[in-house]
Write a protein that binds this ligand. Structure first.
Ligand SMILES: NC(=O)C1=CN([C@@H]2O[C@H](COP(=O)(O)OP(=O)(O)OC[C@H]3O[C@@H](n4cnc5c(N)ncnc54)[C@H](O)[C@@H]3O)[C@@H](O)[C@H]2O)[C@H](O)CC1
Ligand SMILES: [K+]
Length: 497
């Protein structure tokens, strides 16, 4: 699903109205009809419709007219005494001509009018502010929003919950806490925050009749990845395939101190369907790891066969638990400087590269890096606070500069190839525990090995990893890495239908 900000909306609107001659009231009417489409009339038959004086209020007035025409009970309130936008006024006048009463709330005393009605109707429709919210909410607006939130009634917000910014997450003074938000054309950037769903409730994005090519003209190629997109990427398995069809995946990971990281990375690959997984690790831990796993072949990277294994791999995951040391650096340098299959670099593979980024840039291989915020900070020299604030732009710029795919972990993990940006919608805080990232690295290498193009493999892996965690967390206080490993193949299978 496309993500966008208020500038995008402005550009699209201007183009439709000025270049295509679509009357703006047509767009408003389409928006209103899509709101109506999202109302469950088996449950809701009477409505308190609360409008601002901009186009969000205009949408709400058009919704009111549609509902009135369907013989529903409507109580309409306009907040404030600013002059109305052109299209808001058009819709206001139609309702007036139809004889539908509209009350105005200007002073604190008027709020009682609203409070008397709020609990009498089934639903509140919030059309106070949309993408035009420009300053802190105070005065009568703040009081009205307080009343709405206190009412305990079902609330549907038009486009954005009034009070929430569109361009980045933020609440300007106060904000409606909706049960459902029906937003138009694009998923607003402001919704991309772990706190935003407290205000948006369920989000539905509806098209309001703007041709796709117009949206594409201005869209910055930022997408939210949801189940629908994943289902179109993931391929069902042919019944009669050979294990060679699913790739030879090598995992270079682990050291004396970190055998778990090696184990989990290789299990991420095994349990997501890689044909043949070989784990290459430090000599001293080969035996320990051999006793832990039966599906994975294990060898030391000091072994003579190591070079050949690298040559014959379909993908290689490198880094988890290797240690930030010269030995790790030498292995990675050697692999980066030779052409061959795609690589997934994580953890210590990234730590040893922080002062050697040219190795990344000059490598002929396709590369995916999977840093968390701290690792990204070390790679870019930017402090964590700034990375969190500008993570989309920082990830995209780094990806472009080094010609690699970046998966930046965090709430709403970001995946980018420097042109397109994909934001993952799965995963939750119950998964915040050791080893989670190692599994993800293994899954990405596994899907690349199975023949998925690296960007698609990375998008797919991030979604699946978080999705398994989301399903498990419904019944679990915390979700650990081994739980994810256990459930992976079952849940991937479900996604293929
Ligand atoms: N293409 C589309 O998606 C379409 C969207 N539509 C709807 O239009 C709104 C955006 O309308 P706009 O008139 O630009 O802005 P708002 O209605 O959100 O509000 C503007 C109005 O409010 C004043 N204002 C801003 N902040 C404050 C504040 N804190 N306190 C008081 N007043 C404030 C501002 O000065 C303006 O007067 C979009 O969300 C959709 O709902 C179109 O209907 C169809 C096309
Ligand atoms: K709104």
């Amino acid at each position: 699903m496309k993500i966008g900000n208020s500038q995008l909306i402005k550009n699209i609107d201007n183009y439709c109205i000025n270049d295509l001659d679509i009357p703006s009231t047509v767009l408003m009417e389409n928006a209103a009809l899509k709101v109506v489409k999202n109302i469950n009339f088996e449950k809701f038959n009477s409505f308190t419709i609360i409008c601002g004086t901009g186009n969000n209020g205009g949408d709400a007035l058009a919704v009111a007219r549609q509902l009135f025409s369907m013989n529903m009970k409507v109580d309409i309130f306009i907040i404030g005494e600013h002059s109305m936008s052109k299209d808001c006024l058009i819709n206001y006048n139609i309702l007036k001509n139809m004889g539908v009463p509209i009350k105005q709330i200007v002073k604190t005393q008027d709020i009682q009018l609203l409070n008397d009605i709020l609990n009498k109707n089934d639903m509140i429709i919030d059309g106070i502010f949309g993408s035009g919210l420009a300053r802190n909410i105070d005065g009568i607006y703040k009081e009205v929003i307080k009343s709405i939130n206190k009412s305990g009634m079902y609330i549907l917000s038009i486009d954005v919950p009034s009070g929430m910014l569109c361009d980045s997450f933020g609440i300007l003074g106060s904000c409606v806490k909706a049960n459902k938000t029906v937003s138009f054309e694009v998923y607003k950037k402001g919704f991309l925050d772990y706190e935003s769903d407290k205000y948006t409730g369920e989000i539905v994005v509806e098209s309001i009749g703007i041709p796709e090519y117009v949206v594409n003209k201005f869209h910055l190629k930022e997408y939210l990845v949801q189940k629908k997109e994943i289902k179109s990427i993931i391929k069902k398995r042919e019944k009669y395939s050979y294990k060679g069809d699913f790739g030879r995946v090598s995992v270079i990971a682990g050291s004396k101190k970190y055998t778990g990281a090696a184990y989990l990375t290789s299990q991420g690959a095994v349990r997501s369907g890689a044909g043949l997984v070989t784990l290459c690790t430090e000599k001293s831990v080969v035996e320990i790891l051999q006793s832990k796993t039966i599906e994975t072949m294990i060898m030391s990277y000091e072994n003579n066969d190591f070079k050949e294994l690298i040559l014959n791999s379909d993908s290689i995951a490198i880094g988890p638990g290797m240690g930030n040391n010269e030995n790790t650096f030498n292995i990675i340098k050697d692999i980066l400087s030779k052409d061959g299959c795609p690589l997934v670099l994580d953890a210590d593979a990234l730590n040893v590269l922080q002062h050697n980024l040219d190795l990344l840039k000059n490598s002929k291989r396709k590369i995916v890096i999977t840093p968390h915020i701290g690792e990204m900070g070390r790679l870019t020299g930017i402090d964590s606070k700034n990375i969190i604030k500008n993570r989309i732009d920082i990830a995209r710029d780094f990806s472009k500069k080094y010609g690699i795919i970046v998966l930046l972990k965090g709430y709403n993990t970001i995946i980018t190839n420097g042109e397109e940006v994909y934001i993952n919608s799965t995963g939750n805080s119950k998964m915040a525990s050791g080893g989670m990232g190692d599994i993800l690295t293994g899954i990405i290498a596994s899907f690349i090995g199975q023949g998925y193009e690296p960007l698609k493999a990375t998008i797919l892996s991030a979604f699946i990893h978080g999705y398994v965690g989301d399903i498990l967390s419904k019944d679990m206080f915390c979700v650990n890495a081994s739980h994810i490993v256990e459930r992976l193949p079952y849940i991937i299978e479900n996604l293929t239908y």
